[in-house]
Design a protein around this ligand. Structure first.
Ligand code: SF4
Ligand code: SF4
Ligand code: SF4
Length: 275
């Protein structure tokens, strides 16, 4: 087996383990199907990437993003947004959104950083279709806004519980639909106003409150072989998240924002970058 295919195989195995463990411990066949589907989609993308197919990441993003938004969110009525996470947390049920958050957004990033943001998020799936694939304007100091959206999502669900509002499942379903519509609208407006497809991710997304600190310690990182690097800067110009990937320290500039899009790796004329 080629070394290039190793990430694809490891990913498949990790998801297979998660699928089987959850299936057996929760006695629910859904988890077997769910994590197998996601694992297969991501592995397919990694395989296509190893074959240098340029739309590999987009294929995964569409396979996983559409599945989560349309099948889990709309058809199955699971609120997979952060409100859904708070809701299940408050009810003390380790199901749906809590498992999703634990795997993709809280503990998973210790292993695969912000892979979620590059390969699975249904918000970014749309934002990545916009014209500003790399920022065309300087970065703004709006990052504090993520703490406000994070707090608002918490307060929204906490108030519903404190007021003992009935029919919570229905409210969660509608808040998922409305919340997504708002995310898309705000994300698209921000992308055009700030000339950066990923402006929403950089400034507003409440999930980054979990993602950023956890991915700081990520096992998987883009690393630079300094002996090969000729400081041409092509990698940094290709990065949608403005990461200084030539700096191998964990504290590198915007280091917690890497989404593993691999644009920097494919642009490097010296093959100095790799995971
Ligand atoms: S930062 Fe938020 S909106 Fe952007 S890709 Fe990650 S989870 Fe999705
Ligand atoms: S270009 Fe490189 S450093 Fe930037 S987000 Fe993509 S993989 Fe990460
Ligand atoms: S593209 Fe490659 S050679 Fe150029 S600065 Fe980046 S890592 Fe160094």
């Amino acid at each position: 087996m080629k070394k290039d295919h190793l990430p694809s195989l490891i990913t498949l195995l990790v998801f297979e383990v998660i699928a089987v463990v959850l299936w057996l411990t929760k006695d629910n066949l859904f988890y077997l199907f769910n994590f197998n589907y996601i694992g297969l989609s991501i592995s397919l993308g990694l395989f296509l990437f190893s074959r240098k197919y340029k739309h590999a990441r987009r294929v995964v993003q569409l396979l996983v993003g559409c599945y989560m938004l349309i099948y889990l969110g709309i058809v199955s009525g699971e609120n997979m947004q952060i409100e859904g996470f708070w809701y299940y947390l408050f009810t003390g049920v380790f199901e749906a959104a809590t498992i999703h958050y634990a795997v993709a957004k809280i503990f998973g990033p210790l292993l695969f950083g912000r892979g979620w943001c590059g390969y699975a998020c249904w918000t970014a799936m749309i934002l990545d279709m916009l014209p500003y694939k790399t920022p065309a304007a300087r970065r703004r100091g709006f990052g504090f806004l993520r703490y406000i959206t994070f707090a608002l999502s918490f307060v929204f669900v906490a108030v519903l519980f404190l007021l003992r509002v009935g029919n919570m499942e229905r409210i969660m379903f509608w808040s998922f639909l409305i919340g997504n519509a708002v995310y898309y609208a705000v994300g698209i407006v921000l992308a055009y106003r700030l000339r950066d497809n990923r402006a929403f991710c950089k400034y507003l997304c409440p999930i980054t409150v979990f993602l950023k600190p956890m991915s700081y310690f990520s096992l998987t990182r883009v690393r630079c072989d300094q002996t090969r690097c000729i400081s041409c800067g092509k990698c940094k110009r290709a990065c949608p998240m403005e990461v200084d990937m030539t700096d191998n320290r964990r504290s590198r500039k915007n280091g917690t924002e890497c989404i593993f899009c691999m644009e920097c790796v494919s642009q490097c004329p010296r093959n100095a970058l790799d995971l």
